[in-house]
Design a protein around this ligand. Structure first.
Ligand code: ZN
Ligand code: ZN
Length: 359
């Protein structure tokens, strides 16, 4: 993909009469139709969407299994685009034609979490592509405050800044430093992002999964060791890796109750557990586990002020992040391929939708 081509197919300065969009109509049903281009509200920019990444939550939304989902909607929360227009009065640093990654969060600004500087877990948080229409369309209008310039990154990498920010946030929540030994449970994109972020900080990382291809990718991200829990004893591997002490940080990117339960055994005395995986299920944990090790347990959601850092992390590890991409599809291929992606987690690490290519 070329980086510096003009955005001529957006017909700069003109307006489309119609744009394509992907509508998830009901569980398992998605179609491409036409809609009017978005209208700009105050403080917004109109973007031409370039690349949209699909993630685990998109497959859950598509099948109607996501706790925040309701039909119909336009999915797409991991994306890159080109600025086509600003609403009146914009005087920030960006210009028409700039390439950007987008932080897809719209916090309320009034709730207890927002007041405490934690708008990533806002009580009334709206996420583009989940609660409000997302980026699986030719164009989208977003707040200019959500735009991050991505000079030097191509657009498929720019679209992956968002999932990287989720893994980075989990690492930040766990206060990971270069002296930590980190166990990452799960090597889907979030687990890979956490592995990359923790390794980048200088921590020693052991990453766990049951899919060989994912484990191989974790090692590319910098994991010193990867463990297949289908064939290996995880407790023994972690004991070996940490000289018997346990991991100072265990980070769950699976949401699987049994693995979260196991984190309490794998963590070192005085260590931390970070849960970024999502599930509606319960976890049963003996109460003594909390005090015996004086363990810190942190939830992690979206990102809180580290999106710019995620851009830099991707910039510093471009080929590692690109290696997540197993499938590149067009918008027209999406109705079939989203079902394929949901059904084939063993082969689909990251599927990206090339909505409009800037080359
Ligand atoms: Zn995602
Ligand atoms: Zn709020």
């Amino acid at each position: 993909m070329a980086l510096c081509q003009p955005v001529d197919h957006f017909i700069s300065g003109q307006y489309r009469s119609a744009m394509r969009r992907a509508v998830t109509l009901a569980a398992g049903s998605l179609l491409i139709d036409d809609d009017k281009p978005p209208e700009l509200a105050a403080g917004q920019a109109r973007l031409g969407v370039d690349v949209v990444g699909l993630c685990g939550s998109d497959y859950k939304l598509f099948h109607g299994g996501h706790p925040y989902g309701r039909f119909p909607y336009i999915q797409g929360h991991e994306f890159s685009g080109v600025v086509l227009e600003f609403s009146a009065g914009y005087d920030g640093p960006l210009a028409v034609g700039d390439r950007v990654a987008v932080e897809p969060l719209i916090p309320c600004g009034r709730c207890i979490a927002c007041a405490r500087g934690r708008s990533n877990c806002c009580v009334d948080l709206k996420v583009l592509g989940v609660h409000v229409p997302g980026a699986l369309a030719d164009e989208i209008a977003v707040a200019t405050s959500a735009l991050y310039p991505v000079d030097g990154l191509d657009m498929e990498l720019a679209a992956l800044v968002e999932p990287v920010s989720i893994g980075l946030q989990a690492v930040v929540r766990g206060n990971v430093s270069a002296t930590d030994t980190v166990v990452v449970l799960g090597a889907g994109p979030i687990g890979l992002a956490a592995t990359l972020a923790a390794s980048d900080i200088g921590a020693r990382v052991l990453t766990v999964d049951i899919i060989a291809e994912r484990l191989a990718r974790a090692e590319v991200m910098g994991a010193e060791l990867s463990v297949d829990t289908a064939t290996s004893d995880l407790a023994a591997a972690v004991a070996d890796f940490t000289g018997g002490a346990g991991a100072t940080v265990v980070l769950d990117a699976t949401g699987v109750p049994e693995l979260i339960r196991s984190a309490f055994d794998l963590v070192a005395h005085s260590g931390s557990i970070v849960i970024v995986g999502i599930s509606e299920k319960d976890v049963q944990i003996p109460v003594i586990q909390f005090s015996r090790k004086e363990v810190n347990v942190y939830g992690s959601r979206n990102n809180n002020g580290v999106f710019g850092r995620a851009v830099e992390l991707v910039r510093a590890h471009q080929e590692e992040v690109r290696s997540w991409i197993t499938h590149r599809i067009s918008l027209e291929e999406l109705p079939d391929m989203i079902a394929y992606g949901a059904a084939h987690p063993e082969t689909v690490e990251k599927m990206i939708v090339q909505v409009n290519e800037q080359s």
